[in-house]
Each structure stands twice: as C-alpha cells, then as structure tokens.
Design a binder for this molecule. Structure first.
Ligand code: CP
Length: 315
C-alpha cells in the first residue's frame, strides 16, 4: 500500500502530487475503520505519539489523539503551561528529552512559522506540523482536499475560492499548495489588507470582489479572521467585514452555483465570516471535513510509521 519516504510532515509545499494522492488514498481506506462497532485496529501497537500544542485547538488535537488511539498507539499530551518550558528550558532541549524517551512521533502546534522544520532537523522522532504560525497546517489542507475529492469526484480543474483572512492563514497556504499541485484553479478573495502582496506568485487568481469569487466556484472555503495573529486596523470593524465579505444565503443564491460546496476549517465565528443558515445549510460540508480529518490523520500517522510497522488493518 505504501511508498512513503519522509520522516516528517511539515507542509504541502514540499510534497509531490503523488505523495498527496498517496495520503488521500490511504485515508479512504482508513475512513471505514471509524464506522465499525469496534473502532480500533492494531496498526500502530507499540508506537508512542506525543501531542504538543502551544496554541488552543479542538479539531486538530482531538482528531490526532483519536486517530492515534484508533490505531492502538500510546498517546501522551504535554500541557505547555505545566512543562519545563515555563522554567526556561528551550524547545530544542525539551524535544531532545522527548527523543531520549524513544518517542516515535511528535505532533506540534506552535505560533512560530518554521519551528517544526527546525526541530525536525535536530531530533529523530517524526514531526507532524499541526499548524505553525501563518506558515502551514498540512493535515487541514489534506482533509479539505480529501473532502473536495470525495464530494466532487476530482480535484483537477476544480474551481476553489478561498475567502477571508488569507494573509494570516496557514490553512490557506496549505490549501493553495496542495490544490495547485493536483491541478485545481484557486481564487483568493478578501480585503486588500488581508491578501499578501506576493500571493499571485503561488499561481492563484486574486480578487477583492466577493461576487467574482463566488461566481463559477465549485467550492468555497471560508476562513476565520485570525485576530490573534493580526495587528489592529486592517479593516474598519467585524461588522463592516461581515457586510462586505461574510457569506450569507442571499449572496449564495445571487452569485454561487447551485451545487457549490461550502467549507470552513473551524472554529466558526457565526455572523462574521459565515451566517448560521449557511454553516448549517444544505451546501455545507463543514462536519464532513471533521469526519474526514480523522481518516486523514490516521493515514498520516500510518505512513510516517512506515518502515517500522507493517500494515495491519484487521477486522
Ligand atoms: N481547523 C483547526 O485547526 O481547528 P482547531 O484550531 O480547533 O484545531
């Protein structure tokens, strides 16, 4: 089943299209396990996986932990505030200590872009980037692409519009890298102050017109305003943002295709970037994304363990 060669998963920028497809195909196989009465297989028995989250998380943290448990790995969550980092220990020293305990995989979320790469270069456990600053969130990109492929049957030629705070979004970057590698046409849309100046270099179409971004899109991926990563004053107010760029049912009926998919990585700010009738409406696949995220993370954990474990998906 596998031909995975990498120690770490740091971003979709560095992956070949064939590697992305390998993960998506593996996730398809793993999805069925969570529908069984006994949702557990011995694939990663004997492996130890550490979750290290320096920023809040619901979906990514729970789904990685659940994925590891469903594959029978031993898991350990390190709480940043109760680790020795608060006593002044460096992140590198902390990871060297984790390495000395023969941990197999560390899943890391951190506010600094590039920190996963730095640590991956100096310790032997596999490092999975669970979101690093504004850089990448590769498993979110993969689960978004998996959901698009699952619902639309293809990625090549698909028109995907990403709406919102592109400048501060690691989800946008992972989506763009992955979708472009698989042949999708990507448009990004938001206030000019929330669009990086060099974003065209990633091969995307850029617009500040919401109507233009909605028209012809097969998929609309809506992003939250990343207030925790922004300087103040990038747009007049959340109310103004909601009026101009918030996705409402009226705007979808006016501009979007009838079979458009509405996606959002979460957490939702209802009434700002998306109205409740859109989030919970018939176009929305937001909770399918969460379900698929579990399968994608099972696939990633399995593939990174390749070479140390034979695939055992027993009924
Ligand atoms: N999409 C996402 O990363 O959600 P969490 O911050 O809850 O993990």
């Amino acid at each position: 089943m596998t031909d995975w060669k990498r120690k770490d998963l740091l971003g979709l920028q560095e992956l070949e299209a064939s590697e992305i497809n390998l993960i998506l195909d593996a996730a398809n196989s793993f999805k069925e396990i969570s529908t069984r009465p006994v949702k557990k297989v011995p694939t990663l028995r004997g492996k130890t996986i550490v979750l290290f989250f320096f920023e809040p998380s619901t979906r990514t943290r729970f789904s990685f932990e659940l994925a590891a448990k469903r594959l029978s790995a031993d898991t350990l969550s390190i709480n940043t505030s109760s680790s020795s980092i608060v006593k002044g220990e460096s992140l590198k020293d902390t990871f060297k200590n984790i390495e000395a305990m023969q941990v197999d995989i560390v899943i890391l979320r951190h506010s600094s872009s590039g920190v996963c790469q730095v640590l991956a270069n100096c310790v032997s456990p596999s490092i999975i980037n669970a979101g690093d600053g504004c850089h990448e969130h590769p498993t979110q990109g993969l689960l978004d692409i998996f959901t698009m492929r699952d619902k639309k049957g293809r990625i090549k030629g698909l028109k995907v519009s990403i709406i919102g705070d592109i400048a501060h979004s690691r989800v946008a970057r992972s989506n763009i890298w992955g979708l472009k590698k698989l042949g999708a046409e990507v448009t990004v849309c938001g206030p000019r102050t929330l669009l990086p100046l060099d974003i065209e270099q990633l091969g995307v179409k850029v617009t500040t017109s919401l109507a233009e971004a909605l028209r012809d899109a097969d998929v609309i991926n809506i992003l939250r305003i990343q207030s925790e990563r922004q300087k103040a004053g990038l747009f007049p107010s959340l109310r103004e943002y909601a009026i101009q760029f918030g996705i409402t049912k009226d705007k979808l009926l006016k501009f979007a295709k009838q079979d458009v998919l509405i996606m959002h990585p979460g957490p939702l700010n209802r009434g700002v970037e998306i109205t409740p009738d859109v989030a919970d409406g018939s176009y929305s696949v937001i909770l399918d994304q969460v379900t698929n995220g579990l399968a994608v993370r099972m696939a990633v954990l399995y593939l990174l363990s390749q070479g140390r474990t034979e695939l055992v998906v027993e009924r």
